[in-house]
Design a binder for this molecule. Structure first.
Ligand SMILES: [Zn+2]
Length: 160
């Protein structure tokens, strides 16, 4: 009895079949992950974007819990004022609330910057006007005080 006869002959599959089997295995593994990821992305998109105008601004919002994982959310679009009501999971809802708070902080910060720039512009314009047009106190008072009411002549008051 020879040693070669003790083990059965092993036949390897062709490389094309191996690649096909590996691809099928990878597809079966990744497909549920892709489906769950797409479903979550669509759920977040419904929270984020208005179905009418596509805007992502929110004017008013409210929510109530349906279950331990689900929440009912109602949102009013900040651009077209369309209300939308949808059910989503609480994680997405909290993420959306954090995003809205972050947007409000960013808008407030930008508003304060613009207000500061506007005030500085007014001060610089006032300084430029002071330097160019106002020479003395009379010019300053004439430029800043409202005009005095005109005195009516004495004979017009009716005291004859
Ligand atoms: Zn809208």
């Amino acid at each position: 009895m020879s040693h070669a006869n003790a083990q059965p002959a092993v036949q390897h599959a062709s490389p094309a079949v191996t690649v096909l089997a590996a691809s099928l295995l990878a597809l079966v593994t990744l497909l549920p992950v892709l489906l769950v990821w797409r479903s979550a992305w669509l759920g977040r998109r419904k929270l984020r974007a208005c179905p009418v105008c596509g805007g992502n601004a929110v004017r008013e919002a409210g929510a109530e819990g349906i279950s331990y994982t689900q929440a009912r959310v109602w949102l009013q679009c900040g651009q077209c004022a369309t209300w939308r009501r949808l059910e989503t999971n609480r994680t997405d809802h909290h993420a959306h609330e954090r995003r809205c708070k972050r947007d409000r902080r960013r808008i407030g910060k930008r508003l304060r910057q613009l207000e500061t720039q506007r005030r500085a512009g007014e001060i610089y314009a006032f300084i430029a006007r002071l330097r160019s047009e106002i020479v003395g106190a009379e010019d300053f008072l004439a430029g800043t005080c409202p005009p005095r009411p005109a005195l009516r002549p004495r004979h017009a008051r009716g005291d004859r």
